[in-house]
Design a protein around this ligand. Structure first.
Ligand SMILES: C[S@@+](CC[C@H](N)C(=O)[O-])C[C@H]1O[C@@H](n2cnc3c(N)ncnc32)[C@H](O)[C@@H]1O
Length: 152
């Protein structure tokens, strides 16, 4: 599993509690303050790899770990503040890395990520969590059976 923008690690801790004992979770954040905090708070878990950098460099960061395919990407990135070029790089890299049965999950205050997901994935479903403060959009994007985006 890969997490983009783990911040203080609320989702990271929950994911680790649910992942198998042989899983790996790569958490990438641009802020060293957050990645240092994550190392201190959760670094004792051997499944967790914490990297300071941009989600757009995910393929290189995974390759350094000897990994190249993932089952799930969870994104807390603020797509409404990313440049269009960076957003596309991040979504394209995620789609290349995901196994055919994998999912790209995004939680967002705004809907900015949706067009990027719809351009790159076959199926995009949406839900809305009223009980989050503030309430947020939840997106799940999947590739077709072959793992290849149809019509591209
Ligand atoms: C909405 S916060 C995530 C909050 C997190 N769920 C928590 O529990 O604290 C978004 C995070 O994305 C990070 N971020 C922004 N742009 C990024 C990028 N290009 N690559 C990786 N992380 C990024 C920010 O540093 C911030 O920690």
């Amino acid at each position: 599993m890969v997490e983009y923008g783990p911040g203080a690690g609320a989702f990271t801790a929950t994911a680790l509690a649910r992942l198998r004992s042989d899983a790996r979770l790569l958490a990438i954040d641009t802020s060293p303050d957050f990645t240092q905090h994550l190392e201190r708070a959760l670094g004792g878990d051997p499944r967790l790899i914490v990297a300071t950098g941009s989600a757009s460099d995910v393929e290189a960061i995974l390759a350094e770990q000897g990994l190249n395919r993932v089952d799930c990407i969870l994104s807390g990135l603020p797509f409404s503040t990313l440049s269009e070029a960076e957003a596309r790089l991040i979504i394209d890299a995620g789609a290349r890395l995901l196994r055919p049965s994998g999912s790209f999950l995004a939680y967002q205050m705004r809907t900015a990520v949706r067009p990027y997901l719809e351009a790159r994935f076959d199926k995009v479903s949406h839900d809305y969590e009223w009980w989050n403060l503030p309430p947020c959009h939840l997106y799940r994007a999947c590739l077709g059976e072959s793992g290849v985006r149809h019509g591209r």
